[in-house]
Design a protein around this ligand. Structure first.
Ligand SMILES: Cc1cc2nc3c(=O)[nH]c(=O)nc-3n(C[C@H](O)[C@H](O)[C@H](O)COP(=O)(O)O)c2cc1C
Length: 171
């Protein structure tokens, strides 16, 4: 099977997960790792299975990922799975439907089989800490706890979980 792992990543978190997924996919497939910005919508058709990755931006998929989904020129019999990183620890306990909806809708429209998503925490860029702390109205203590939870993420455990997800959806 020909597998594409494509992603948008500004600070490397989503890229880390993309690399882990690609490593797993390459064990039994021909797998390519490509940044979304290096991909043209036509490239897409040559793959049997596509993993697409995005950070959460303002509770949505990142703009370039949303845009790309609209421009896909699908081949036949393709499958797609998503991976998402976010700084908030709350998301794993919440339904991610809101974030995966645009991916599911694009798959439906283009006749691609949607295979599910993986998500994990990713550290928030330092430059945004003050703004987010204020916006979420958190005390110093609450924010310190938040920072503690996101520091070092995605970690080895996250990468391992991403690989297990890839193995499952590719099977
Ligand atoms: C503009 C912007 C908006 C963000 N909005 C959210 C958000 O709504 N919820 C969240 O949990 N994380 C949010 N984040 C944090 C990122 O999703 C998180 O740090 C992600 O792991 C970054 O991935 P990257 O390193 O691949 O760019 C936001 C980050 C940026 C830059």
């Amino acid at each position: 099977m020909k597998v594409l792992v494509t992603y948008f990543s500004q600070t490397g978190n989503t890229e880390k997960i993309a690399k882990a997924i690609c490593e797993e996919a390459a064990l039994a497939n021909e797998a390519d790792l490509k940044k979304l910005e290096d991909l043209s919508s036509g490239d897409f058709a040559g793959y049997d299975f596509i993993f697409i990755g995005s950070p959460l931006h303002a509770s949505k998929l990142a703009g370039p990922v949303q845009e790309f989904l609209g421009s896909i020129k699908a081949g036949s019999g393709q499958k797609m799975a998503a991976f998402i990183t976010h700084f908030s620890p709350a998301y794993p306990d919440q339904a991610m439907d809101e974030f995966t909806e645009p991916i599911k809708a694009a798959c439906k429209e283009k006749g691609i089989e949607y295979k599910g998503y993986f998500d994990c925490q990713g550290v928030l860029a330092e430059s945004l800490h003050e703004r987010v702390k204020k916006k979420q109205n958190l005390t110093d203590e609450q924010w310190a706890d938040m920072v503690k939870q996101m520091t070092g993420r995605p970690n080895e455990e996250d990468e391992g979980k991403a690989k297990a997800f890839a193995k499952e959806v590719l099977a």
